[in-house]
Every structure is written in structure tokens, then in C-alpha cells.
Design a binder for this molecule. Structure first.
Ligand code: NAD
Length: 240
């Protein structure tokens, strides 16, 4: 039980990789705060998971929401050991159709959302801890029509390294997981994947639990010398 006695916060926990990650930490002994802006989906997620959870409705892109959620977590559990910045969204448009508002919608959640939780963790992780950020293969090798998402996920890798440097003296490790295609609602909502334009070979679509296992590894005592790293979890897709 690598996370006995630990309190873990997972954003975007009502679906996909976030839900699988919450399950993984619960199975390894943690108490888990489930953060999502989808207030309707959180109770079903908590019921499905069982275990010791706390539901926190919160838009990760709003700093006051994030501070409020962490305050409620501390009031309930009394400590914070692991933060998983998993909430994310995509906008699908060619560059000539993109507006500044489209960019801000993506950056607000995929980049600033992670920053707001890193800031709160640095303020409140009294015993040290670990932060894992969910980047994407799009940070490294992208597709057409997802420029804001690719840029946000690349910037998140840079933020991971900055936060790793500043977190180290506080005993906080900060790392990133870089998933390839993973079987979740987000993947099949991608019009390029749904139409077959973005071809995925068999074996190149992972399960949410595959990513959750990598997240748990980076957050665990098995990874104490891993700091500022980006772990590719793509079934070998980038080896092509
Ligand atoms: P998903 O769409 O299944 O789940 C995302 C969850 O985040 C949802 O529950 C949603 O309500 C929540 N969310 C979205 N915006 C939010 C906000 N502002 N505040 C709080 N919650 C919010 O997606 P997923 O596939 O599980 O993706 C999880 C993470 O993994 C994302 O960061 C995504 O970019 C990344 N990722 C996914 C894939 C993939 O193929 N599925 C690949 C690479 C990276």
C-alpha cells in the first residue's frame, strides 16, 4: 500500500484518466479528493469508486475556485500529499478560424489550471509531496487543428521543470506524464480520430489505467530521485 495515510487530489476525476487515477490511488490506500467542474458526474464517480473520497466541484481555470477547493480539502482531510493535474480540454479549429478566446479557453484549463494547483500545493503541502501533470503526445508531435492544445501541453512540460526546481527545496517533486492515445471520451470526441484521419494502429490506444499506473509511480516513494521528468506513455507510437 504505497499511499496509506496519504491524501491525494485528482483534477478531472469524473471521467477517463482522472477517474482511473483516483481508483488507482484508492486501491493503494490513499484518501482521494475528486475535483471536477461537472457537478452532475462527481457523485456517480464517487459511488463507482467507493473508498474514502471527497467531492469538490471546481473549475480549475478559476484561481478562487482552486483556492476554495484546497481549503475544503484541508478542512476535511487535514493534509495534502499528492496533486494530479489531469483536467483538460481541446478546441478543434484550423489556425485561421481560431480566436483569442479559443486560445484562452484552452490555456485557462490546460496550463493555468495546473499552475493554480501547483501554487496551492506549494503553499499547503506541509510535509512535502508530489505533483504529477498530465501533458500529451501533442506537446512533442502534434496534428492539424489543435494548436492551442499542443502549445498548452508543451508549456505544461516547461512549467513542470520550473516547478520541479522551486519545489525541490520544499521536498516537493514535480513530474509529468505524456500520454499517447488513450481510450477515454476525450479521444473519441476528437474529430480527427473519429473520422479516421488520425490513424491509430492497433496497440497504439492505451487504457486509462495504463496512464494511472504511471502517475502513481511518479507520485510514489519508488520515484524519489525523479524530479522534473516527462514520462512518455504511448505504447511506442513515437518510435515510428
Ligand atoms: P476526459 O474528457 O475523459 O475527462 C476530462 C475531465 O476533466 C472531465 O471529467 C471534465 O469534466 C474535466 N474538466 C474539464 N475541464 C475542467 C475544468 N475547467 N475544471 C475542472 N474539471 C474539468 O479526458 P481524458 O482523456 O481522461 O483526459 C485527461 C487528461 O489527459 C487531459 O489533460 C488530457 O489532455 C490528457 N490526455 C488525454 C489523452 C487521450 O487520448 N485521452 C492523450 C493525452 C493526454
Amino acid at each position: 500500500m504505497r499511499f496509506s495515510g496519504k491524501v491525494v487530489l485528482v483534477t478531472g476525476a469524473a471521467s477517463g484518466i482522472g477517474l482511473a487515477t483516483a481508483r488507482r490511488f484508492l486501491n493503494e490506500g490513499a484518501r482521494v479528493a475528486l475535483v471536477d467542474r461537472d457537478a452532475g458526474a462527481l457523485p456517480a464517480a464517487a459511488a463507482q469508486l467507493g473508498g474514502d473520497t471527497l467531492q469538490l466541484v471546481c473549475d480549475v481555470g478559476v484561481e478562487e475556485d482552486v483556492a476554495g477547493a484546497v481549503g475544503r480539502l484541508l478542512a476535511h482531510f487535514g493534509r495534502l500529499d499528492v496533486v494530479v493535474n489531469n483536467a483538460g480540454l481541446m478546441v478543434f479549429k484550423p489556425i485561421e478560424a481560431l480566436s483569442g478566446a479559443d486560445w484562452m479557453k484552452v490555456l485557462q484549463v490546460d496550463l493555468l489550471g495546473a499552475f493554480y494547483f501547483i501554487k496551492q500545493a506549494f503553499l499547503h503541502m506541509a510535509h512535502g509531496g508530489a505533483i504529477v501533470n498530465l501533458s500529451s503526445i501533442h506537446a512533442v508531435a502534434t496534428e492539424v487543428n489543435v494548436a492551442p492544445y499542443a502549445a498548452a501541453k508543451a508549456a505544461l512540460l516547461s512549467l513542470t521543470r520550473s516547478a520541479a526546481l522551486e519545489g525541490a527545496p520544499k521536498g516537493i517533486r514535480v513530474n509529468a506524464v505524456v500520454p499517447g492515445a488513450v481510450d477515454t471520451p476525450m479521444l473519441w470526441n476528437n474529430p480527427h480520430v473519429a473520422s479516421g484521419d488520425e490513424h491509430l494502429d492497433s496497440g497504439e490506444v492505451g487504457k486509462a489505467g495504463d496512464v494511472a499506473a504511471a502517475v502513481a509511480f511518479l507520485a510514489s516513494g519508488d520515484a524519489t530521485f525523479i524530479q522534473g521528468a516527462s514520462l512518455l506513455v504511448d505504447g511506442g507510437r513515437l518510435c515510428r
